[in-house]
Design a protein around this ligand. Structure first.
Ligand code: J5X
Ligand code: AKG
Ligand code: FE2
Length: 358
């Protein structure tokens, strides 16, 4: 079986593209982290637009299928309520995430991601594509975090692992529930032969191949000069769907690039989870659903945390557009593994490399 690390092995990172700055030790934004006069500096300016609120969809609503489909088509992003994730579990993951990031830098680097690996502590994977560093620390979990958690807490790693594993289990159920709706909306025919990795409504296959998933814990320290810094640089997510939980959601920080309007702030709704379309779903929808560019801005006094769960098909699955009614094909087939490798090497160009030119 191929894993996420196999896909990343061919695009290893340099050490300075793994180890985050010790943010506790700085009083000013260092040159390495100042985007003000860099190519992407223009991007930082906060737009005067009022904050946008994304559609909020109640999953218990009988018309959820259409609402979800419409939101994917217009925004590529929406919020869900009645999502089945208990507030107790959310509180537990928040607590454990905070417990990790509040450790001294020296302790956190014990869980450092290896150069060719996918999991562990470090800067965002997209860092090498920008000439400035982000005001951000991440901890990527692929399946079980036990190996890294043990390095950090040799005797007290269990609670962290239990909570993160339970959260991933619940996230997977939610992601699959959403995908079944979305694929129905796209007009998937009755017996999807090559989609046997999705749960079947009536007969669940015990030999169903494992989907490719990851959980990313994000930490954005407070920043002495937010106008100079970038929390997370503009990117689209790679997998089918991302489900985002914003800790203490009320103050936000996430922004999306909206046609004609520039960067607009997304206001989180308490208790709702945010879902966004990734590149792989864009391919499957034959470009009907946009995978929107988003970024994170930081705050002068408050740090921010978020948990992003990424759900994709199994590594060896061949992605191709689902075509309802003879539309021209916009993307050529590509396996999940190939796409992840392309993205690791080319970032934003990855999608255009699978696009069929007309
Ligand atoms: C399973 C995934 C999805 C990854 C890569 C890998 C683990 C971490 C994810 C993120 C999280 C932060 C933004 C992003 C752009 C990044 O730099 O790392 C994401 C990326 C992607 O969606 O491509
Ligand atoms: O922290 C956020 O709000 C967004 C995180 C994100 O975009 C990601 O992890 O891919
Ligand atoms: Fe993202």
């Amino acid at each position: 079986m191929t894993t996420l690390s196999d896909a990343y092995r061919n695009a290893p990172l340099l050490p300075h593209h793994i180890i985050p700055l010790d943010f506790d030790s700085v009083k000013h934004v260092p040159e390495s982290h100042s985007w003000e006069n860099s190519d992407s500096g223009l991007l930082i300016r906060i737009q005067p637009q009022p904050p946008e609120s994304l559609p909020i969809i109640d999953l218990a609503d009988p018309s959820a299928l259409n609402l979800v489909g419409q939101a994917c088509q217009t925004w590529g992003m929406f919020q869900v309520t009645n999502h089945g994730i208990s507030s107790a579990l959310l509180r537990d993951v928040e607590y454990e995430t905070g417990r990790f990031f509040s450790l001294p830098a020296k302790e956190k680097t014990k869980a450092l991601r290896s150069p060719g690996g996918a999991s562990g502590y470090g800067v965002a994977r997209i860092t090498p594509f920008f000439n400035k560093f982000m005001w951000h620390e991440g901890f990527t979990i692929v399946e079980s975090p036990v190996d890294h958690a043990r390095e950090v807490w040799p005797h007290a790693y269990q609670r962290f692992c239990e909570v993160m594993e339970e959260y991933q289990k619940k996230m997977k159920e939610l992601a699959e529930r959403l995908l079944v709706l979305i694929l129905k909306y796209l007009g998937l025919p009755g017996e999807p032969h090559d989609l046997h990795w999705l749960p079947h409504p009536t007969s669940d296959d015990p030999f169903r191949p494992a989907s490719c998933t990851a959980l990313q814990l994000n930490y954005y320290p407070s920043c002495p000069n937010p106008a100079q810094a970038m929390g997370l640089a503009p990117h689209t997510d790679s997998f089918l769907l991302t489900i985002l939980h914003q800790v203490n959601g009320t103050h936000g920080g996430l922004e999306v690039l909206k046609d004609g309007a520039g960067w607009v702030r997304v206001v989180p709704t308490e208790g709702a989870l945010l879902v966004n379309v990734g590149d792989m779903l864009r391919i499957m929808s034959n470009d009907l659903f946009p995978s929107v560019l988003h970024r994170v801005v930081v705050d002068k006094t408050r740090h921010r945390m978020s948990l992003a769960y990424f759900y994709g098909p199994p590594m060896d699955h061949r992605l191709s557009p689902i075509l309802a009614g003879g539309a021209p094909v916009r993307f050529r087939p590509v396996t999940v593994r190939e796409y992840i490798e392309m993205k690791a090497k080319n970032l934003d160009d990855a999608l255009s490399r699978v696009r069929v030119r007309s």
